[in-house]
Design a protein around this ligand. Sequence first.
Ligand SMILES: [Zn+2]
Length: 207
Amino acid sequence: MSAENRSMPNAALYVLFRAIEEVMGEKGFRAMLNASGLQAYISNPPPNNLDHDITFEDYARLQQAVEDFYGPRGARAILAQIGRVTFRYTLEQQPAILGLAGLALKLLPEQAKVKMILTRMQNASNERVNMTAHMDEDDEAWYFVVTACPCVFRERSSSNPACYTTAGTIQEALRWATGNHYMVREIKCMNLGEGECCFRIDKTPQS
Ligand SMILES: [Zn+2]
């Protein structure tokens, strides 16, 4: 494959492991490691640190295994749930990744909170996770745009976007920051041959 197989921090895979284990149980998690060819990690899991010993391809293969197991339709909800748990675990285990430690959000107006969180996630994505990202906005929505994403290493039969975990992670981050549920939808995906993965976030929370 011609896509650049970039490195990622070990903690990204560590947290994805924990999230899949929480959502699918220990047996299901082991089955996913076997199916993805990552069974070496069963006895030797990635360390929870920021060294770059893993790659986009490792990360993508595990997500692919989950999608293959549930089928494209069923996997959507599961991968989004894994994304939400991923945010929670990252916050607990590696707050440095997100740069959210000690963040004073309480007194900010809602939209400022949203912008602050998305900006932090963009910075985290660029500086820690090695997934190049930027933001954009119009009157109705924010756009979280990723231009280097592990999804290019997923071989999928589905014509839907691939990055439900990222969408779930963004959604949970906004819920954590505001207490509200924001609609997050991937409207462009590199897995489908587009030049970027673009997540549209409604500016108005759902009631
Ligand atoms: Zn993607």
